[in-house]
Design a protein around this ligand. Structure first.
Ligand SMILES: Nc1ncnc2c1ncn2[C@@H]1O[C@H](COP(=O)(O)OP(=O)(O)OP(=O)(O)O)[C@@H](O)[C@H]1O
Ligand SMILES: [Mg+2]
Length: 234
C-alpha cells in the first residue's frame, strides 16, 4: 500500500517519525507534522537539532527508524524503481554541503536536473541563464563548480534544485554564506517558486529570512518539536 488515505491538500504528512543513527544517536523523536501543498515552511533550531535529518527523510536520502512519512500522497520509503524515480524527480533539493560536480561547469551542474527529464536543449539553456542572472552568477556560467567560493556554490546548488520546477523544494541553509543583497536574491527566487505553486521547506539559522515572514516556523530542539508558530498556510 502506497496510496494516501490522508488529506488531499497535504504535501507532507509525518506521523510519529523517529530517526536513530546507529548505534544510538537520536536525531529525531516522534515528529508529527503536516505541511500543505503550496506552503512555504521554515525549519529552525540549534546545530544538531535535526533539521538536515528531517529534510533527508523527506527526499528519501535517509529512512525513518519509526513512523510514517507521506510525500504527495505516497509513502516514499515504500516505493522502489520507476515509481520512486518519478516522485524523486518532483523533489528539488539544495543540500547543506551542496553536492556539486566539481569538475563540471556551473551551467552543466544546473542543467542536470532538467536533462534527466528530457527537456529540450534550448529550454535548458534559457532556464540556466535566467537562474544565473537571478542569483547574480551570470559571469560564472562556464566556471568549474570546484573553483567557486562557498557562497557561489551555495547558489548553484539552489539553482540546480529549482531548475526543473519541482513541486517540492527542500533547501538546507540557503543563505549561510551570503551577504544581504545576495540573500535577498535567493529569497526572491524561492518566493517566485512558491508563488508558482511549489511547496518549499527551508532549514536555516538565518533569522533575517524568517523574522518578518507570514509563514509557519517550526523549531526543533534535540530532535523534538519545541514550537510551531506562524500564520495560516498560504
Ligand atoms: N550520518 C549520521 N550518522 C550519525 N549521526 C548523525 C548523522 N547525521 C547526523 N547525525 C547526528 O544527528 C543529529 C542531528 O543532526 P542534523 O545534521 O540533522 O542537525 P542540524 O539541525 O541539521 O544541524 P546543523 O544546524 O549543524 O546543520 C546530530 O546529533 C548529528 O550529530
Ligand atoms: Mg543541518
Amino acid at each position: 500500500m502506497t496510496e494516501s488515505t490522508i488529506q488531499p491538500d497535504s504535501m507532507i504528512e509525518m506521523i510519529k517519525v523517529s530517526k536513530v543513527y546507529p548505534p544510538d544517536v537520536k536525531a529525531l523523536s516522534s515528529i508529527s507534522l503536516s505541511i500543505d501543498r503550496g506552503e512555504m515552511f521554515f525549519l529552525i533550531g540549534m546545530s544538531g537539532a535535526g533539521k538536515t535529518t528531517l529534510l533527508k527523510l523527506l527526499c528519501n536520502m535517509e529512512t525513518p527508524t519509526n513512523g510514517l512519512i507521506e510525500v504527495a500522497g505516497h509513502q516514499i520509503h515504500q516505493l522502489k524503481g520507476a515509481k520512486l524515480a518519478k516522485i524523486r524527480q518532483k523533489i528539488g533539493v539544495a543540500y547543506q554541503d551542496f553536492k556539486l560536480l566539481d569538475n563540471r561547469t556551473v551551467a552543466e551542474n544546473i542543467a542536470i536536473s532538467m536533462e534527466v527529464s528530457y527537456k529540450k536543449p534550448t529550454i535548458i539553456k534559457k532556464r540556466v541563464r535566467d537562474l544565473l542572472d537571478q542569483l547574480l552568477l551570470s559571469d560564472k556560467h562556464d566556471t568549474m563548480a570546484g573553483e567557486l567560493s562557498r557562497g557561489e556554490q551555495q547558489r548553484v546548488a539552489l539553482a540546480r534544485a529549482v531548475a526543473n520546477s519541482p513541486t517540492l523544494i527542500l533547501v538546507d541553509e540557503p543563505t549561510g554564506n551570503l551577504d544581504s543583497t545576495t540573500t535577498a536574491r535567493v529569497m526572491n527566487l524561492l518566493n517566485k517558486c512558491n508563488h508558482a505553486g511549489a511547496t518549499i521547506i527551508i532549514a536555516t539559522h538565518d533569522e533575517s529570512i524568517y523574522r518578518n515572514s507570514q509563514h509557519r516556523i517550526l523549531e526543533l530542539r534535540e530532535g523534538k518539536i519545541f514550537s510551531l508558530q506562524g500564520g495560516s498556510p498560504s
